[in-house]
Design a protein around this ligand. Structure first.
Ligand code: ZN
Length: 288
């Protein structure tokens, strides 16, 4: 798919698992397990799906998944599975190496979004994309360095702080326009300063929806994650974004949905729901 000067490519980064109850908050299991079945440890399967944007001058990767640096215990707890897909393999299949990436945009610093930003070398974690600048929201960086008791389990400092120490971080304070096609939508319900990435030209808009809509199931307004630090804010933010998605015919890109990478939204009696679902980019529509 092409938007403006960018060619878009899906980069499948493998799978992991999180507790189904934590992923759906107050929604009872008989409802959520219809779409997201749980394993014997109550975990649901989640993807880590990055997006690669290629122009003549830039190769931009959005989010970096779990990465490889997990000990046996944590790897089992989170059911980390990069057997069939990993960022390295997916980039290689597209004909690229990690050294080709010029920019990494991180939506936020939860470990399942920034884990692949670093790799271990000589027993130290260092930037994995050696030629890239990492674009991080300052408000999220500040919070990630000093999180609350509630959400400190979602931040693992050694999966993002080495980037800062190596001087490869560009902290974004107030700017929302990255370039002609790329704009940030900042939301604060899930964590402070989550930056969703909107890619648009005159005919197409795609929203990399991060943890505002981690799966197609989360389009429904009350389907909120227990991880959110301000759940009522998340509902307002979802409603505001979904109105635009409908009015302006955006496509949503799902980072964590295990079955579908993209989708469109429809209005229902109860609010909003997934409409069309796509595993990969749909063929370009013919101009009338
Ligand atoms: Zn998150």
């Amino acid at each position: 798919m092409k938007i403006g000067k960018y060619n878009l490519h899906i980069v499948e980064g493998g799978y992991f698992g999180l507790d189904g109850g934590a992923m759906f908050g107050i929604i009872p299991r008989p409802l959520w397990e219809k779409t997201n079945p749980a394993d014997e440890k109550n975990r649901i399967k989640l993807a880590t799906r990055s997006l690669l944007l290629i122009s003549d001058s830039r190769k931009i990767l959005i989010d970096t998944g779990m990465g490889k640096d997990w000990n046996t215990k944590l790897s089992e707890i989170y059911n980390v599975d990069q057997e069939t897909n990993s960022i390295e393999k997916s980039l290689k299949n597209l004909g690229f190496a990690s050294t080709d990436i010029t920019d990494v945009i991180l939506t936020h610093l939860h470990f399942d979004h920034t884990g692949g930003s670093v790799i271990r070398e000589n027993n130290k974690l260092i930037p994995a994309f050696t030629n890239a600048k990492y674009h991080i929201r300052k408000s999220n960086f500040d919070w990630a360095c000093n999180p609350s008791t509630k959400d400190k389990g979602s931040f693992i400092k050694e999966k993002f702080y080495p980037l800062y120490e190596h001087g490869v971080v560009e902290l974004i304070e107030n700017e929302n326009q990255f370039d002609d096609e790329i704009e940030f939508i900042v939301v604060n319900g899930h964590t402070y300063g989550q930056q969703l990435v909107k890619i648009s030209d005159s005919s197409n808009t795609m929203l990399y929806s991060g943890d505002l809509f981690p799966t197609t199931s989360h389009i429904r307004l009350p389907y909120l994650m227990g991880y959110d630090i301000q759940p009522l804010e998340t509902i307002k933010e979802k409603e505001k974004v979904l109105k635009k998605v409908l009015d302006e015919n955006w496509k949503l890109f799902f980072e964590h949905d295990p079955f579908n990478a993209l989708g469109t939204v429809k209005k229902t009696e109860k609010g909003f729901d997934i409409n069309e679902k796509f595993k990969s980019f749909p063929p370009a529509q013919k101009a009338n």
